[in-house]
Design a protein around this ligand. Structure first.
Ligand code: 6PG
Length: 481
């Protein structure tokens, strides 16, 4: 390891990485581990030194630098630089500092959780400088970043092609296939990552709701619930989120000896990606109601004092439900159906965005890239990839394999939602998933009533079921008898 200042005479690095927080440090080690020389820089030099001192044998491949100039000089041309700085202003500040030091065809890759609209803006702003810009979504938390994340690329295809061998090498592998794919131009990669996070929120929330029925309805202790999750992880629900739900439910708090779950305050944090998903869903008129419900559930969770006031007035909501193996099976069915509905919403949103932003998003490849490495990885995603490939443009729930699962299991979800409603256990995401399914299989909806109301008060006109044209109703006759 040689400390480079202003390009002081060491072998140039293949790629650079700025930002040695948890994710950046893990990613830099992953890159070095795969045999690529990587130059690193952090705003606080001590962080750079501490990192360089902590990487053991990987130090041979890692070049720590003290200044941005030294960092840039340490890179092979055309340069490729990964930014792992906090999303938002820090990205703009870093880009502004880098641009004067870079030349034509050098490449900046924002690998943070950026809002895709910011990525689109940055792409447009940077383009005239000759420097290339990519936004890539990286999922998998610290462990993923270190040993194999799922990578969703966006930006110029030529730029992706230049660095794809590195990104593929560091990515997770599903049966040997890299989970790193180019999704489209400008903000496409960050958009796909945002929808990934929206699905992540909904998946997590539905698991939490089922946990609530077991804890509050059936009175099951955490370890018993953990055993149920462990068992489910052997079946069709097999996924990272079910796996870790089992692990957290089985964990004991060293301070009190109680289950860890029982000592964690019920107030959930959020950094905004779930909210962005539903904001974009509204812009695109794409129903993403399970994701919306999941984001709202986090918002409800933060209103702890208000909830306690409500409980004092109305009494604690959940009442007991009979504990039975049959109900546990129905909870499993409910999660399965809820999950399919939620992915149908996510892929519907991706399809709407693809059209709006001219991306041609590769739907089957998106499901493929989520099969390993990312937080929502699950056994089901391989089937989804095949269904999306075989039935392009179709709602995922309608693809034969998933239609069969919906038919076989929606009764379980219906039973669970009805039971929860009667018991007073909130199940906002599961209920939203059920409503989505029911709305999507209702050929004759009640929107005729909405059209009549609109026409009544605003003469907005309506279409008829029996003839073409735009019509007004006989409201004057109604009004005047
Ligand atoms: C991932 C995660 C990761 C992170 C998010 C969600 O794919 O690795 O989604 O990006 O966990 O920031 O965090 P919040 O729950 O705080 O919004």
């Amino acid at each position: 390891m040689v400390l480079v200042q202003n390009g002081g005479g060491v072998m140039a690095s293949k790629i650079g990485l700025i930002g040695l927080g948890t994710m950046g440090a893990a990613l830099a080690q992953n890159i070095a581990d795969k045999g690529f020389e990587v130059a690193v820089f952090n705003r606080t030099t001590k962080v750079t030194y501490d990192f360089a001192g902590s990487v053991g044998d990987l130090a041979e491949k890692i070049t720590p630098t003290e200044s941005l100039e030294g960092f840039v000089a340490a890179l092979q041309k055309p340069r490729a630089i990964i930014l792992m700085v906090p999303a938002g202003d820090a990205v703009d500040t870093m880009i502004a500092s880098l641009i004067p030091l870079l030349g034509d065809d050098d490449l900046i890759i924002d690998a943070g959780n950026a809002n895709f609209r910011e990525t689109r803006r940055r792409s447009a702003e940077i383009e005239p400088t000759g420097v290339k810009f990519m936004g890539i979504g990286v999922s998998g938390g610290e462990e993923g970043a270190r040993f194999g994340p799922s990578i969703m690329g966006g930006g110029p295809k030529e730029a992706w092609d230049r660095v794809s061998h590195i990104l593929e090498a560091i990515s997770a592998k599903f049966q040997g296939i890299p989970c790193a794919t180019w999704m489209g131009s400008d903000g496409a990669g960050h958009f796909v990552k945002t929808v990934h996070n929206g699905i992540e929120y909904a998946d997590m929330q539905m698991i939490a709701e089922v946990y609530g029925i077991m804890r509050d309805g059936m009175g099951m202790p955490a370890a018993e619930i953990g055993a149920v999750f462990d068992r489910w992880n052997e079946g069709p629900l097999k996924s990272y989120l079910i796996e870790i739900s089992g692990k957290v439910a089985n964990a004991t708090d060293p301070l009190t000896g109680k289950p860890v779950l029982d000592i964690i305050l019920d107030r959930a944090g959020q950094k905004g990606t779930g909210r962005w998903t539903l904001i974009e869903a509204q812009h695109l008129a794409a129903p993403a109601t399970a994701i919306e419900a999941a984001v709202a559930a986090r918002n409800f969770s933060s209103r702890l004092e208000e909830r306690l006031s409500g409980e004092a007035i109305f009494g604690a909501a959940p009442s007991a439900v009979p504990k039975s193996a049959d109900l546990i099976d129905k909870l499993e069915q409910a999660l399965l159906v809820g999950k399919i509905a939620c992915y149908a919403q996510g892929f519907g949103l991706l399809a709407a965005a693809s059209e709006e932003f001219g991306w041609s998003l590769p739907m089957p490849a998106i499901a493929e890239v989520w099969r390993e490495g990312c937080i929502i990885r699950s056994a089901m995603l391989d089937d989804m990839a095949q269904a999306l490939g075989a039935h392009p443009g179709t709602n995922l729930m309608f693809a034969p394999k998933f239609a069969a699962q919906m038919k076989a299991n929606h009764g379980g979800l219906r039973h669970v939602v009805a039971l929860a409603a009667t018991a007073g256990t909130p199940t906002p995401a599961l209920s939203a998933a059920l409503s989505y399914f029911d709305m999507m299989r209702t050929g004759r909806s009640t929107a005729n009533m909405l059209q009549a109301q609109r026409d009544y008060f605003g003469r907005h006109t309506f279409q008829r079921v029996d003839r073409d044209g735009a019509f007004n109703g006989p409201w004057a006759d109604v009004e005047h008898g």
